[in-house]
Design a protein around this ligand. Structure first.
Ligand code: ZN
Length: 117
């Protein structure tokens, strides 16, 4: 989709440190990491947010979850644990309206959620 930064990364028009990709999913390092492992996992298909996931997206969303597992294994956080996030809408602080799942790992996280700064 035009003017979508993640679509531009997927198309190769904007550079990113890609750490994983397959037919359905691409994953790249966040440019402002808040943990030793901070990877954005994104479907190649432009779906704006969780509010826009439809039954026709079952296959791609399933592949996305399998990618989460594989990326966690490759970055050696699978056993120790990691956090997977998806911000949906303005109150959650969603900035890019192309659904994405930040995977955070390599340090401990508390039960409290991220506060607005
Ligand atoms: Zn997009």
């Amino acid at each position: 989709m035009e003017n979508c930064i993640f679509c531009k990364i997927i198309e190769g028009e904007v550079p990113a440190q890609v750490v994983y990709e397959n037919e359905h999913v691409i994953a790249f390092n966040d440019i402002n990491p808040v943990a030793p492992v901070h990877i954005l996992i994104v479907p190649r298909l432009h779906i704006p947010s969780l509010n826009d996931v439809e039954p026709e997206h079952l296959e791609v969303m399933g592949h996305l979850m399998l990618a989460v597992k594989e990326i966690a294994r490759q970055h050696e956080v699978a056993a120790k644990g990691y956090r997977l996030i998806s911000n949906c809408g303005p109150d959650a602080g969603q900035v890019v309206y192309h659904i994405h799942f930040p995977l955070l790992g390599g340090r401990q996280f508390g039960h409290n959620l991220v506060r607005k700064s």
